[in-house]
Ligand binder design. Structure first.
Ligand SMILES: *Cc1c(COP(=O)(O)O)cnc(C)c1O
Length: 353
């Protein structure tokens, strides 16, 4: 090892789902939305093409237009909203801002696998209470001293959600630390923790345009919370990189928020397809957890998940498989269009004989 290599910050990185690209594939592995963004986003993209001249200038580091639009949409004040480059950026800033204590941050053993990566890269101590045998959070595990709490609700990759009372119980038991609720999938049928913001100053709710608004490629995430939390996050952000939100993303994000009808229709379609898909999978010998997200977490009665995953891949159908304790016999299947799901079912029938 070279002398200077000893000074490297070494981390085991997060592994994103594959982004394969070939004709006729069915991509159900990264929870992207199968439908395009709103036509309003397309119009805004057209306008951007005609104002390339504006790219000369730095964007508004306060992301003002998007913060205003989000505050209007959720009926909050501007100082309660933070925006970032996808919720991954927002969550990473939240970890760096709020979890600066010697006490461990708590999040479940099975959850979004970026949390432990951020904790390690920032040197934050953490502990992971185990979900119960039905992949539910045990609330009592979060009644002890801690340096912060992070919960994905609905959880990933399990798809299981807890109700508002459950989240409130955890927030109210932890008024000494910041509780972050990652609501990446909340628009697919779960109630948000947003109504709790007026009651708890220690709650941060994080959402994203990547799943329900079909804009994973544009990278927009946001956090909502008490102005003191948002101010602290902005101070950290401005100490690293002020201009995270580029001008095109800001414009496209505002346009997406203007089309609530399209947004809700898209979510409804996915929820409907999810219901039908669950039934079909049950008929094929799968058990699916009760999903509140745009994916199903499924295990088969006789064939191993690993085998099914490989056989689907050979047929150009990508789902997600995690070779990890407790979940290594499950597949995470993103809800696609009706046609994509049909292709999945046909392939599964063939594979399962
Ligand atoms: C997809 C996802 C995110 C990150 O999404 P961005 O594209 O960075 O907004 C965050 N949390 C969970 C639980 C997710 O599934």
């Amino acid at each position: 090892m070279k002398a200077w290599e000893r000074n490297f910050r070494r981390v085991e990185p997060y592994t994103p789902g594959e982004q394969p690209e070939f004709a006729n594939m069915v991509k159900l592995n990264t929870n992207e939305n199968p439908y395009p963004p709103s036509p309003k986003v397309e119009e805004a993209a057209g306008r951007l093409c005609r104002e390339v001249e504006k790219f000369r200038l730095y964007p508004d580091f306060k992301a003002g237009v998007l913060v205003d639009a989000l505050a209007g949409y959720y009926k909050l004040s501007k100082d309660q909203v933070f925006v970032g480059v996808g919720s991954d950026d927002v969550l990473s800033v939240a970890f760096l801002t709020f979890f600066n204590s010697h006490k461990p941050v708590l999040f479940p053993d099975i959850t979004y696998s970026f949390y432990d990566v951020w904790a390690r890269v920032y040197g934050i101590p953490y502990e992971c209470p185990a979900l119960d045998e039905n992949f539910r959070i045990r609330r009592e595990d979060y009644y002890r001293e801690n340096g912060g709490i992070v919960l994905a609700n609905p959880n990933a990759p399990t798809s299981v959600a807890e109700g508002l009372d459950f989240i409130e119980d955890i927030v109210s038991h932890n008024q000494e630390s910041v509780v972050v609720v990652d609501e990446a999938y909340v628009d697919f049928g779960q109630t948000s923790a947003l109504p709790l913001l007026s009651k708890y100053e220690n709650l941060l709710v994080v959402q994203t345009f990547s799943k329900s608004r079909s804009m994973a490629g544009v990278r927009i995430g946001y956090a909502m919370g008490h102005p003191s939390l948002i101010r602290a996050m902005n101070d950290v952000k401005y100490s690293i990189n002020s201009y995270t939100m580029n001008y095109p993303s800001l414009q496209l994000g505002v346009a997406a928020l203007e089309d609530d009808v399209y947004f809700k229709e898209c979510c409804e379609r996915i929820i409907k397809t999810r219901g039908r898909a669950k039934e079909t999978l049950c008929g094929l010998g799968f058990t699916c957890l009760n999903s509140s997200a745009n994916f199903l977490f499924a295990t088969h009665e006789s064939m191993s998940a690993k085998k099914i995953f490989a056989a689907l891949k050979e047929r150009g159908i990508f789902v997600r498989y995690f070779d990890k304790p407790r979940i290594d016999n499950y597949l995470r299947i993103t809800i696609g269009t009706e046609e994509q799901m049909e292709r999945l079912f046909r392939a599964l029938k063939e594979i399962l004989g």
